[in-house]
Design a protein around this ligand. Structure first.
Ligand SMILES: [Zn+2]
Length: 82
């Protein structure tokens, strides 16, 4: 039974190793930062560095400057920092 488990484990390790060496072609290109289909404006969250659509962003006016955040947590952290 243990031998069988080891064989399965070995198979998975070998399989993931093979996948790492030969990535499949239909993999999504992570480098392309595509705009959403609506062509909505993307804004940068200065706290975590994430780009997100303007409609999903949390807006905050800090020291007279408009900032956008992905979450309340980021907004709070950024306010504390500045
Ligand atoms: Zn964030």
């Amino acid at each position: 039974m243990i031998k069988l488990l080891l064989l399965i484990l070995l198979f998975f390790v070998g399989y993931s190793f093979f996948q790492a060496l030969f990535p499949t072609r239909n993999k999504r290109n992570r480098h392309s930062r595509k705009q959403p289909p609506s062509g909505e404006q993307m804004v940068l969250d200065p706290q975590c560095g994430t780009y997100l659509p303007l409609s999903e962003a949390l807006k905050a006016n800090i020291r007279g400057e408009q900032h956008y955040f992905c979450s309340r947590k980021c907004r709070t952290l950024y306010k504390k920092k500045s």
